[in-house]
Structure formats: structure tokens, C-alpha cells
Design a protein around this ligand. Structure first.
Ligand code: CP
Length: 309
């Protein structure tokens, strides 16, 4: 397989295992490129990309922008807070106005689940979902799996626990799809109020005892509590959450093995993870961020190849 089976990167749900393998193989090449003294290739000199962020982002926004620059694409950046969206313009009107400036690829983060799928049906450009509400965050899941593969040799056969606010997490859903596609076993761990009822239908087991979950796994992917998506109280207090579901060094050292610690960021230090765990030699949090650039270069490069054919 030398090209993606999809025209847009909307979610891991739409990908085949072979798509992930192709993205990883391409990312291996780009990771080598970005570690050279000259970190740039001319591959996408004829491609224009619009980065549309209707929701806040640090890592994803900067990572996409850097990936596009490393590929020599022309880029324009759009932030909803400074745009005419505030004056009542619709999503399709906003994007069609941007596309009339001859844009080939749209990278979009949006607070509404399904926004990328909706856009892909109404505009003439390749769409990359940079996170849509509590639905999917495909490039985050790809860089997470890529980082596990880099650290442990492969994802197949590995035991991964995703810990925390699963209910409001697009990272959790995309990770579940990506990890299972590659042959990993996935569990989730968190307060029952923050675990969606449908999770077992996805073939994911639930463990509410954090220590048991950590003893079972090879890798723990720790998530932030997403207060901004909560309209009710899901647990009594942050203090109680931290006591039951926070990972600290004492807990980590009490396990009979060394597990890998991951976090997609942003981290709430002292809530879901303590600093001595986040910054420990078991943590690959910054490797995840580094790998994000190579993964996003690969995804955009592969979509752009389809435009050129
Ligand atoms: N991991 C992630 O999506 O972080 P940002 O919200 O900062 O992009």
C-alpha cells in the first residue's frame, strides 16, 4: 500500500490498519528529516494549507504549523476568536471564503463532534480533523501509538490503560480505535460517572481500581479532567479525584514493574499526575510531542500526494 485509503483524515474509525502502517513508515522518514541540520524538504511547495482553530490549542496547532512548514507548504492560520465567526458567519461560508483563496487542505479543530465530517461533505478540500468536540483526535492517537511503537518495538499484544475523564475525551476514543486496530488490548480506568456506558461495546474493559489497572498494563495514558465540557459535577471534589485516580511516584514505585507513562497534554500537575511522575524517566510525554510533528508531516504529505495524482 503506497497511498491512504481515505481522502480526508476525519477519524481513526475510518482508517484501515494498513493506513496506520503507511503513516508510521512515512513518519519514520520525516523523523529522520527533522533531526537533520536542515529540517525541511520541498515536498509540498505547491500545496496551500489553512489551519482553522475554532477551539484553543497549544500542541496540536503548533505541531501542525511546524509540520506544514517543514514540508514547505504555504500556510494560513485562522483563529475563531479573531474572525468574522464572531459576527455570525456560518462554518461553510467561512471555509468557502478561505478556499476561494486556492487552499488545498484544511486542518480544523472545532468544539462540535462531527464538524470535520460535515465540512468534508460541503467543501472542495481535503480535511484533517485536529480534534472535534468529544469525538475524535486522530493525529493525537497516531502519535500516541507511534510513541508506544518507538518505545516498546510494537503496539501489537501490548496492554494499554487509558485513565481519567473518558466520557469527554476525543483522545480516548481515537486511541481505542487505533490501539485495537494494531492488536493491543485496551482498558479504561476512572470514576464510573466519567466512563461512557457504551465503552464495553467497543471491546474495552473497565477497571475502577487504579492500582490494579496499573499492575495490569504496559502503558498508562493519563487524561486530564475536562472541566470545560462538564455542565454538572461528576465527582465530589478534585482532592478526592486525585486520591483515587491521580498517579504519584509512590504508587508508581509500588508496582512490580516499570510501566510507560503517557499524557496528551495539557497536564494538570498535581491533579491526574504529579510532577515527579510526569517528569520521570518512565514518562514519554515530550517524546509524544516530538513525534507529533513527524506524524502530522506524514499525514499531510500522504493526503497531498492524492491531490497531485
Ligand atoms: N493534545 C492536545 O490536543 O493538546 P492541545 O489542546 O494543546 O492541542
Amino acid at each position: 500500500m503506497d497511498q491512504l485509503s481515505v481522502e480526508h483524515l476525519l477519524g481513526i474509525k475510518y482508517l484501515k490498519k494498513e493506513d496506520i502502517e503507511l503513516i508510521f513508515k512515512t513518519a519514520d522518514h520525516f523523523k529522520e528529516v527533522i533531526n537533520r541540520p536542515i529540517k525541511k524538504v520541498p515536498s509540498l511547495r505547491d500545496i496551500t494549507i489553512a489551519n482553522l482553530f475554532f477551539e484553543n490549542s497549544t500542541r496540536t496547532k503548533l505541531s501542525f504549523e511546524l509540520a506544514e512548514k517543514r514540508l514547505s507548504a504555504d500556510i494560513i492560520n485562522f483563529s475563531a476568536s479573531q474572525s468574522s465567526v464572531k459576527k455570525g458567519e456560518t462554518l461553510i461560508d467561512t471555509v468557502n471564503n478561505i478556499l476561494s483563496m486556492k487552499v488545498d487542505i484544511v486542518v480544523m479543530r472545532h468544539p462540535n463532534a462531527g464538524a470535520g465530517v460535515f465540512l468534508s461533505k460541503h467543501v472542495n478540500a481535503r480535511i484533517v480533523n485536529a480534534g472535534d468536540g468529544a469525538h475524535e483526535h486522530p493525529t493525537q492517537a497516531l502519535l500516541d501509538s507511534y510513541s508506544i511503537r518507538e518505545k516498546l518495538g510494537s503496539v501489537k499484544g501490548k496492554k494499554i490503560v487509558i485513565i481519567g475523564d473518558i466520557l469527554h475525551s476525543r483522545v480516548a476514543l481515537s486511541n481505542i480505535f487505533a490501539l485495537q486496530l494494531q492488536g493491543a488490548t485496551v482498558k479504561v480506568c476512572g470514576p464510573t460517572t466519567l466512563i461512557p456506558k457504551y465503552i464495553t461495546e467497543l471491546g474495552v474493559a473497565v477497571e475502577t481500581n487504579l492500582k490494579k489497572a496499573l499492575q495490569w498494563c504496559d502503558v498508562a495514558n493519563v487524561l486530564r479532567v475536562q472541566h470545560e465540557r462538564m455542565d454538572i459535577k461528576y465527582f465530589p471534589s478534585i482532592r478526592e479525584y486525585t486520591q483515587l485516580f491521580g498517579i504519584n511516584k509512590q504508587l508508581l514505585d509500588s508496582l512490580n514493574k516499570k510501566i510507560i507513562i503517557m499524557h496528551p497534554g495539557p497536564i494538570n500537575r498535581g491533579v491526574e499526575i504529579t510532577s515527579d511522575v510526569a517528569d520521570s524517566e518512565q514518562s514519554i510525554i515530550l517524546n509524544q510531542v516530538e513525534n507529533g510533528v513527524a506524524i502530522r508531516m506524514a499525514a499531510i504529505y500522504l493526503l497531498a500526494q492524492q491531490i497531485k495524482k
